[in-house]
Write a protein that binds this ligand. Structure first.
Ligand SMILES: [Zn+2]
Length: 114
C-alpha cells in the first residue's frame, strides 16, 4: 500500500537505512567488469545495491538528497536495511562513508518486505 502518491507515482513509507557506496573496482566488487547482478552496466546516479529479500531487483528507489536509483545489484555485506550506492570513482565511495538516510520505494508495490 502506498504511503502517498505524487504525480501518479506511488511512494512508499520512509525507510531508514544505512547507506554506503562502492565503485566497479576489484576492491569493492572482487571483480572489475562493472556488471551488476541484474546483468546491466553499473552507472553512477542510477545503480543501487540492495538486499533483494527486502527490495526486489528492478525496484526504483528515491534516496533522500540523492535522487532516484534503481535496485540492480547485490552485495555480500548488503543485508537487511543496508544499501550500497554505486559511484564512478573509488575515492567518492570512500568519502561517502556510512550514512543513515531515508529511502522511499517507488512504483506499484511500495511495501518494504521488512
Ligand atoms: Zn572501489
Amino acid at each position: 500500500m502506498a504511503y502517498f502518491s505524487l504525480a501518479g507515482v506511488q511512494i512508499g513509507p520512509p525507510i531508514t537505512v544505512t547507506a554506503t557506496a562502492y565503485c566497479a573496482c576489484e576492491y569493492c566488487c572482487n571483480k572489475s567488469d562493472g556488471i551488476t547482478k541484474s546483468g546491466t552496466r553499473a552507472m553512477p546516479g542510477h545503480t543501487l545495491a540492495v538486499d533483494p529479500n527486502i527490495i526486489p531487483l528492478g525496484t526504483k528507489v528515491y534516496i533522500e538528497g540523492l535522487g532516484i536509483y534503481t535496485a540492480e545489484d547485490t552485495g555480500s555485506a548488503i543485508k537487511g536495511n543496508r544499501i550500497d550506492i554505486f559511484m564512478e570513482h573509488h575515492e567518492q565511495a570512500i568519502n561517502f562513508g556510512s550514512q543513515n538516510l531515508k529511502i522511499y520505494i517507488l512504483g506499484e508495490d511500495t511495501t518494504p518486505r521488512i
